[in-house]
Write a protein that binds this ligand. Sequence first.
Ligand code: NAD
Length: 406
Amino acid sequence: MHNKIKVCTLGLGYIGLPTSALIASHQIPVHGVDISQTVVDTINAGKIHIVEPDLDKTAANAVTSGFLKASTAPIAADTYLIVVPTPFKSGNHEPDISYIQAATEAILPLLKENDLYIIESTSPVGTTERMRDFIFSKRPELKGKIYIAYCPERVLPGNVIYELVHNDRVIGGIDEVSTKKAVAFYGQFVKGELHQTNARTAEMCKLTENSSRDVQIAFANELSLICDKAGIDVWELIRLANKHPRVNILQPGSGVGGHCIAVDPYFITAEFPMESQIIGKAREINNYKAFWCAQKIKNTIQEFELKHNRVPTVALMGLAFKPNIDDLRQSPAIYIAQKVLQEANDETYFIVEPNIDNHPYYKVTAVEEAVAKADIIAFLVAHNEFKQLVIGEDKIILDFCGVKKQ
Ligand SMILES: NC(=O)c1ccc[n+]([C@@H]2O[C@H](COP(=O)([O-])OP(=O)(O)OC[C@H]3O[C@@H](n4cnc5c(N)ncnc54)[C@H](O)[C@@H]3O)[C@@H](O)[C@H]2O)c1
């Protein structure tokens, strides 16, 4: 029965590839499409082009069993999954849905009665309805005859294979039959609960989840700025405040980065600028925190120079956007390193990132060597490797992420 359903996935990246491999592992034929020939060739060779635990085996099995094939062109299927990027338009924070539009355009001639079209890409509110209108403007005969839904992805990179199966999903159709059809589709391979709503709510739900995290981190970061001025240890303060049975403050850090929490709130502020005051302010605070950290390092260097009459050596500890990963995308630590090194003599700096071997711009130094040689040690990311370090009393420590406190 399942063998009769065919899926065509558009976009074979961090989300599209694991999703396609998972569906194929349920003996559902998947035709995966990517505009990158390299991506397509890699997958068809039974290999993967992204770092994700356990994905290599799942994808290789899916390809060798014949249930997953990659191509640069779509083919006729029963279900189409749109999992392409949704970046910003260049130069501002407005979401760019042209990739979704291009992927939709590519399958337009293939769509037929009873097909199911699902967008998984993180999207501004109204995108699914816009694509519905686009499809029906080009293929008016399909009006009321195909199913259209939105189902956002909320997996954690590094744990994608488990979370794809076990996370709850929010599924919103453009009408009730579309929602039901999409729920039946995900029910074949998702064990988490499938929550039904409409397309606009499902789109907003994804944006809300990441904005909620951003706002909560901004609160912690704001406290860290206040405490610095007030001479209070913010880590002790938060630990004590969290003893209240109904208070749960997150930990401050050197900013917020990555491709989700630091990005998705702008999908709301771009469209609802007047209404999204807290969401917008949280973005500003979290961006400002990285600027503030860079200033703090520069000021500490100047104070050192005045006191000791020599230029200090500085260790910048961590480049990733969060602890214990190698992902440097939109990392506040990278921003801080750039700001600090702008006016610097490189010889006096040690850049440390234990999760990468090398970097195109920075010479990466081993943890122990940097700590031994530096006068000033600035912790930008709370990597596990930094937690047990024994640091001499003569060193100046700037602990922006509580690596020595948590
Ligand atoms: N990575 C995550 O952790 C995560 C989590 C939740 C949601 N999302 C969302 O999922 C979507 C996809 O993210 P990703 O991380 O998989 O992106 P990605 O950049 O890893 O992969 C996207 C792939 O789509 C391909 N592509 C671009 N245009 C195409 C087209 N017209 N037809 C076919 N393929 C095309 C690209 O070549 C690329 O390989 C985004 O909207 C993202 O915000 C990502």
